[in-house]
Design a protein around this ligand. Structure first.
Ligand code: SR1
Ligand code: MG
Length: 401
């Protein structure tokens, strides 16, 4: 595959010279020698931690590869995803600087993003897998989604400005991944899909059900056409870092103008993965309560922040009743996208360690609970009006074993 001029994938050996050629970034790690580690453990990119003192935070460089990292060169993917991530950080830092890493800039020739070395933080998924409690994380995420919802939409921007923003953030290749991996393949079947053998009857039932197909297709269409705000687009627990009293959302390379409920639904589905795992491992009650509170705390924070920002909306033609209807629609979207995330992480291509690292028979029973819950949310979410009802449905499916 040919690359744009100036692009070469970095290595731990080549990073120091690259930094020397970017003096404003080298100034952030001025000492010598530089210690460079490649730590990317996501599905897509290279991530380097660069320090001039191994014991102190330095700088993180994230570079897109021209393919999907976990798949290799057989799955080409645009380098432009780094630009989309950089654009999102630039926008978010204006109103949600507390909820993202400190952003140091983007190099468009080598597709490298420079940002804070979050030395005291770890990936939220890993922390949850280990039974760690990081209070306040859900509220940070709920507030973040609300700020994005207002500040990047027609509720916070002049509609002409919003349209120019939308044009700049059209992200077709990354959206296609979501459209296929999340909103098509789990329901239609695909050779990339895989699942534990014990849930085969549930998968067959899911993929053979016309009502499921219609509900999934309706969600997919909403994802494709619901250009409400400059959403993160991949806000699962692997895209959040926690520690030292902070929580930050990172990896917004899937960002685009989409439905606000998509981000909330991702947070909530990944809270369910943590909850099923905690149940199957018999984690202590305080941890299980912490995980069960992620969805309600994020939803409360979302609504509170939306309410706080609402009086300053750009166009006061929108009455309070519009806000309430928008929140109701976001609730329905969030439950729908929560269902899709629950299903795709169990029967699709990209799975989660919360479930996959369980021993049998817990792994299969956890996977089955997620599929049952996902299907139920997809088909019956109109009968789930609030967080109390959602909590009851989640607990019921987890408890069925
Ligand atoms: C091929 S990319 C698979 C998944 O990894 C990313 O984090 C997104 O969740 C995507 O769906
Ligand atoms: Mg990611």
């Amino acid at each position: 595959m040919s690359h744009p001029a100036g692009y070469t994938p970095l290595t731990t050996e080549s990073v120091p010279a690259w930094l020397d050629a970017h003096p404003h970034l080298r100034a952030l790690v001025p000492g010598t020698p530089l210690h460079v580690r490649e730590v990317g453990d996501g599905n897509l990119n290279l991530v380097f931690i660069v320090r001039d003192d191994p014991g102190r935070p330095g700088l993180v460089l994230k570079q897109s590869l021209p393919w999907v990292r976990v798949f290799g060169e057989g799955w080409p993917l645009t380098l432009e995803r780094a630009r989309h991530e950089a654009d999102a950080y630039e926008v978010y830092q204006a109103f949600a600087a507390d909820a993202i890493p400190v952003y140091h800039g983007f190099d468009p020739e080598s597709y490298v993003i420079a940002m804070e070395d979050l030395a005291d933080l770890r990936i939220w998924r890993g922390a949850l897998n280990d039974g760690e409690i990081h209070p306040g994380t859900a509220a940070v995420l709920g507030r973040f989604v609300a700020r994005v919802a207002i500040h990047t939409s027609d509720l916070g921007l002049d509609p002409e400005v919003r349209k120019h923003r939308l044009a700049k953030t059209v992200n077709p290749e990354l959206c296609r991944i979501t459209e296929e991996l999340v909103l098509t393949d789990p329901f239609a079947g695909h050779e990339r899909n895989h699942h534990v053998p014990g849930i085969e009857p549930l998968v067959r039932e899911l993929q053979g059900d016309d009502a499921v197909r219609l509900a999934a297709a309706t969600l997919k269409h909403r994802f494709l056409t619901g250009a409400e705000a400059h959403i993160h687009g991949d806000l699962h627990s692997g895209s959040v870092m926690v520690g030292g009293g902070r929580a930050v959302a990172m990896d917004p390379e899937f960002a685009f103008y989409g439905p606000v409920g998509f981000d909330l639904g991702n947070v909530w589905a990944n809270a369910v993965f943590a909850a099923v795992r905690a149940d199957r491992l018999g984690r202590p009650a305080p941890f299980r309560a912490h995980v069960a509170a992620i969805a309600p705390e994020s939803w409360d924070a979302f609504r509170d922040e939306l309410g706080r920002l609402w009086p300053d909306r750009f166009d006061r033609f929108y009455p309070d009743a519009f806000r309430d209807a928008w929140v109701a629609r976001t609730w329905d979207d969030a439950l729908g996208f929560m269902a899709a995330e629950l299903l795709r992480r169990i029967v699709g291509f990209a799975h989660v360690s919360d479930i996959d690292s369980l021993e049998e028979p817990a792994r299969t029973s956890a996977a089955a609970a997620c599929v049952r819950l996902g299907r139920r949310l997809l088909l019956d979410r109109a009968g789930i009006p609030d967080m109390a009802a959602l909590g009851a449905v989640v607990a019921e499916e987890i408890g069925r074993g």
